[in-house]
Ligand binder design. Sequence first.
Ligand SMILES: *Cc1c(COP(=O)(O)O)cnc(C)c1O
Length: 434
Amino acid sequence: MLLYSTKHESPDVSLEEAVFRGLPPDNGLYMPHEIPTLPASFFENIDKLTINEIALEVCKALLGDDIPADDLKGIVDRAITFESPIVEIEKDTYVLELFHGPSMAFKDFGARFMASLMSYFLQKSHKDIHILVATSGDTGGAVAQGFYKTAGIKVTILYPTGKVSDIQEKQLTTLGENVTALEVDGTFDDCQALVKGAFLDKELSTTFNLASANSINISRLIPQAFYYFSAYAQLKKMGNTKPVVFCVPSGNFGNLSAGLIAQRMGLPIQQFVAATNVNNIVPNYLSTGIYEPKPSQETISNAMDVGNPSNFIRMRILAGDAYEEVVKHISGDFRDDAETRAAMKEVFDRTGYVMCPHTAVAYLGLKAYTKSLQEEVAGVFLSTAHYAKFLDVVEETLGTKVEVPARLSDLLSKEKVAIPMSKNFEDFKAYLLA
Ligand SMILES: *Cc1c(COP(=O)(O)O)cnc(C)c1O
């Protein structure tokens, strides 16, 4: 796989280089030059394959020039250790549950695959790396769990004290082994400044092989294509062969970009719906043709509070680049908190199914889109997190207590281990060098 920068001012790179660099030096995003189409025979038999078998075929097509098939199987199987079932909650309306991984959010797919791929390359080159990540909550948990006990990789996670939820903090601070949590006496921006400072510091970068686990790393995008294929396979297995529509609750638009990769590889997807909360930069672009970033607003679906989506350019290129092409593939919808809460309550009262706020935004987007259609379709909305990660909002909205999975309640009883850190760069540097 050869990758180019979307700004076209940096040289093309190999997969390995793109994975360890994260970002091209010109600050664009890495994109594959070619996205191969899978053969018709693959789609004919897809309903007989597991998600790991599907993932292996997708990887062979995309990464087969870089990594032998046997090795790819190991990389996939280390990363994908959980299912992503679809559940029919109404006729022809399915929820794709992406929260069965260790951090109970879909970011597990990206983080675990990135860890698996990095560890493979490091074993070949006999190198070690030290990953620094600043987190405001969810990403840190997925990255910590994803890299936990991964050979050759040490992880240091910086989080702002008092600014992450109890569950999120426990996900970062109870692992140990190769994962260290630093509780920074400051804000998320202070954490990010410390990480940036470390990458710019000559002494640190020559002493350690520093790397980032940035969310726009190409290795986080690729594994997110797997579950679109898997959802299609499950529909086929259930005998539902209607045209497929996917509604994706979106913030930085990595998830939707991965769906477009699946479509480019031949997966027959009739339409995508880009669903957001009131941070509606992309739905606005889809209705007006104008892309206008704004400061983000806080909502109850806070993992989607993004005012300048970092994967927008990838999404646009993958959907055909020209505005007229993009709107053929993607429709937009956005909802405020009151509508989101009303949907959570209505679906729960009618069906008993509990949705997190992000999932409810996607449910509404799917319903609004399919209502406008003449024909019948199989509508799939993505559930990006388990509802128990947003327990306060969910219980308040539904007016009842809900069940918390053992995996989360066990976590709360574990003891937190974090190293207090000031927001002063010299203190942080002295800590790393010690
Ligand atoms: C990160 C996240 C999203 C947004 O995904 P993008 O790929 O950034 O669009 C949606 N829901 C949840 C729960 C998330 O953690």
